[in-house]
Structure formats: structure tokens, C-alpha cells
Design a protein. Structure first.
Length: 132
């Protein structure tokens, strides 16, 4: 079937930890906001009646906004496997996604002896759309 272009905007507030096998470092103020902008292509993998299994994949940009600091951005990629079901005037969408990107910390932000790692995210989407 045809491909669809999807623009996604995600917002989350989270806490950042620096840790190894022995030590965990957590800031006193855990408020770090992340906005993820994603542009992906959607392919319908299978259809059965009013249900479709879809796969979305594409690049992302994460914009990190720590309280009291300048925003930082990093590039990444994400993919989602979804189940889209038509239920009368409502379309239900459930999906499980996986993303990778560089985290918000630079090497200069980390204590001596620590190094940054790739950030991995798992997303669960539960949504309903009502046609107007």
C-alpha cells in the first residue's frame, strides 16, 4: 500500500541519573524536559477488516530543556509498530516504539571516569482519533 508521512511531537519531563555499578548520582532538582520532534514514513504491513498493522520509522530531534540551563538538541531515530482499528467514527491506535539518540549530557558534564552512552527509549502509544 501507499506510504504516509507522519509528524510526531512528544513532550516528557524526566530525571537524569549518572551511574555505574557502585555509585548513582541524581540531581536534587530532577526536572528535565524533553521534546522530541519526529518525521517518519508509515507503511501498512497487514490489513484485516477495519484493522491495520503499521510500521513507522524515521529521524528524530530531541530538544532537552534542563531547568536553569540552555537547551540542547541531539539527533536520533525511532520506529513504532502499531495496530490501528476503525471503530465507527473513532479510530483507535495502539503502538509500541523504540528510539535511539545521544543523551542530553556532554562529556564535559560527566564526572571524571564516566562516559556518555546512547540513550534508548521505549514508547507506548494509546490513542483515539475522532473524524470531524
Amino acid at each position: 500500500g501507499p506510504l504516509a508521512l507522519i509528524l510526531a511531537i512528544e513532550q516528557v519531563t524526566t530525571q537524569i541519573q549518572v551511574r555505574d555499578d557502585i555509585v548513582v548520582i541524581e540531581p536534587q532538582d530532577p526536572a528535565v524536559g524533553r521534546t522530541r520532534l519526529g518525521l517518519s514514513l508509515r507503511k501498512v504491513l497487514a490489513r484485516n477488516g477495519g484493522a491495520r498493522v503499521t510500521l513507522d520509522a524515521g529521524p528524530t530531534i530531541d530538544i532537552w530543556s534542563p531547568d536553569g540551563s540552555e537547551s540542547r538538541s541531539s539527533a536520533g531515530a525511532a520506529a513504532r509498530l502499531g495496530l490501528v482499528t476503525n471503530a465507527g467514527p473513532v479510530t483507535l491506535e495502539n503502538a509500541l516504539g523504540f528510539g535511539v539518540s545521544k543523551g542530553p549530557l556532554d562529556a564535559s558534564d560527566l564526572p571524571e571516569g564516566y562516559e556518555g552512552s546512547t540513550m534508548r527509549t521505549i514508547t507506548i502509544t494509546i490513542g483515539a482519533r475522532i473524524g470531524l
